[in-house]
Design a protein around this ligand. Structure first.
Ligand code: ADP
Ligand code: MG
Length: 140
């Protein structure tokens, strides 16, 4: 297995409840390293650009409204098999279906306000990291 980097977002429902530190503990306890992190407020255009792959889905407009409804924490996680490992730490998209011990089981409110985003493939991880970070902002 290779050392990978993946893009993570702590979503507005979680920042509203002051859960950044608790969520970061899940990543660090699993051996992932937070090699870049910043708290930002997405514009509607930035949210639409980030989720462009979902623009044909029924929930796209609502998803973009939600993602710019409050601050988010965007971060780069690094570690062995980081992309798949983070998806496992996050749990299923719908918190109702998420396994015990996952972030979405612990904190997710519903299928939209599910506390975290994580890249789903090496290709998307590269695109998503580049969307928010330049190389000099990432210290591995
Ligand atoms: P994931 O975040 O697990 O990769 P998707 O890529 O399918 O899930 O969806 C992106 C985001 O869109 C989800 O994390 C969630 O916030 C939102 N979402 C997904 N499905 C729905 C839905 N049926 N209704 C409302 N929002 C949804
Ligand atoms: Mg996804």
């Amino acid at each position: 297995m290779a050392i990978e980097r993946t893009l993570s977002i702590i979503k507005p429902d979680a920042t509203a409840r002051n859960l950044t530190g608790k969520i970061n503990t899940f990543f660090e306890d699993a051996g992932l390293r937070i090699v870049a992190q910043k708290r930002i407020r997405l514009t509607r255009e930035q949210a639409e650009g980030f989720y462009a792959v979902h623009k044909e889905r029924s929930f796209f407009g609502e998803l973009c409204d939600y993602m710019c409804s409050g601050p988010v924490v965007v971060q780069v996680l690094e570690g062995e098999n980081a992309i798949l490992q983070n998806r496992e730490i996050m749990g299923a998209t719908n918190p109702a279906n998420a396994d015990e011990g996952t972030i979405r089981k612990a904190f997710g409110e519903d299928v939209q306000a599910n506390s975290v985003h994580g890249s789903d493939s090496p290709e998307n991880a590269a695109i998503e990291i580049n969307y928010f970070f330049s190389d000099i902002e990432i210290a591995g």
